[in-house]
Design a protein around this ligand. Structure first.
Ligand code: SF4
Length: 262
C-alpha cells in the first residue's frame, strides 16, 4: 500500500496535443502541441496499469485525464474513461474525477459516456465533479480572435447538448462550469455570455451560480476569471470593471471590491 496521508491530485494526461490556440495559453505557440499527426496519445497499457495501480493508494485520489492538452483528442477517450469508472466500484480506485476541455470535440457518444460515468450507483454521488469548459467568448468572431480556430458555434452546441441530454435523462451530474477569462478582446461580450448561459440554465430548470474567480464549490456555473499576464495590474483592473458591469461584484470609488451582490 502507498500513502502520504494527504489527498492526491493525479493528472494522467491522455495527450499533450491541442486542436486550438488560445491566446492566453503558454502552449499555444508550441508547434509540437499542434502537430495533430503526431501519435502523441497515452497508450492503453499505460492507462490501464496506472488506473489499476490506484488500488494500492491509501490516500484519497482526485483523477483528471488532462494536464496541458485537449483530452478529447484522444481517439479512445471513451474507452479510457469508461475503464476507469467501470473499475471504481465503491470508489476503490479514485474518490473524485474532473474533466477540463475546450468542448470542440464533445460528440454525442462522448456526451453519453460522460453521463453514464458520472451517474453510477456503485460509487459516491459526487465522484464525477464537473466538466470545465474553456469558452472565453460569445460571438464566433471573438472566439476566432482568441482561439485562432472557428469552433465557437460548435462549442456552444456541444455544451448545450450535454446539458440537454443530462436533463432528458433526469441526471444532475456532471456539473457544467463555463469559464470566461476576461481580456481586452472579449470584455464587451461578458454580459452577452452571462445572459446566454443564464437563459440556457433557466430553460433547463437547473440551479446555477456565478463566480468571480475559480468556482469555490460545485454547482452548474458561469465564472469570470482574470487573465494572468505580464502587466497584471491592467488585467486585474479590466477584470474588476467587467465584474462591476455585470453586477457580480461592486466597486467602491477607489476601485476596491465591495460585497458580493449575488
Ligand atoms: S484549449 Fe487548453 S491547451 Fe488548448 S490552447 Fe486552449 S488553454 Fe491551451
Amino acid at each position: 500500500m502507498t500513502g502520504t496521508g494527504q489527498p492526491i491530485n493525479l493528472n494522467l494526461e491522455l495527450t499533450d496535443l491541442c486542436n486550438i490556440k488560445c491566446r492566453m495559453c503558454g502552449q499555444a505557440e508550441n508547434p509540437k502541441v499542434h502537430n495533430l499527426q503526431a501519435n502523441s496519445f497515452m497508450k492503453w497499457d499505460v492507462w490501464k496499469a496506472s488506473i489499476d495501480a490506484l488500488e494500492s493508494y491509501t490516500d484519497e485520489v482526485s483523477l483528471c485525464p488532462h494536464w496541458l492538452g485537449e483530452p478529447c483528442l484522444h481517439p479512445e477517450f471513451d474507452r479510457f474513461v469508461r475503464y476507469a469508472f467501470d473499475n471504481n466500484e465503491g470508489n476503490r480506485l479514485f474518490r473524485h474525477f474532473k474533466l477540463h476541455t475546450n468542448g470542440s470535440l464533445l460528440n454525442d457518444a462522448r456526451i453519453e459516456t460522460l453521463l453514464d460515468c458520472a451517474n453510477r450507483d456503485s460509487m459516491a454521488e459526487d465522484t464525477f465533479r464537473f466538466v470545465h469548459f474553456s469558452v472565453d467568448a460569445f460571438t464566433p468572431g471573438v472566439y476566432y480572435a482568441i482561439k485562432k480556430f472557428d469552433y465557437g458555434e460548435r462549442v456552444y452546441r456541444n455544451i448545450v447538448r450535454l446539458m440537454e441530454r443530462r436533463e432528458a435523462r433526469g441526471l444532475k451530474r456532471p456539473y457544467v462550469t463555463n469559464a470566461f477569462i476576461v481580456m481586452p478582446e472579449n470584455q464587451h461580450e461578458a454580459p452577452w455570455y452571462l445572459d446566454y448561459w443564464a437563459t440556457v440554465f433557466d430553460r433547463l430548470g437547473v440551479k446555477w451560480e456565478i463566480f468571480y474567480d475559480w468556482p469555490t464549490h460545485e454547482t452548474d456555473n458561469v465564472y469570470f476569471r482574470r487573465l494572468h499576464q505580464a502587466d497584471q495590474p491592467a488585467a486585474d483592473r479590466l477584470h474588476r470593471i467587467v465584474l462591476d458591469q455585470l453586477g457580480v461584484l461592486g466597486l467602491d470609488e477607489a476601485g476596491t471590491f465591495v460585497e458580493d451582490s449575488f
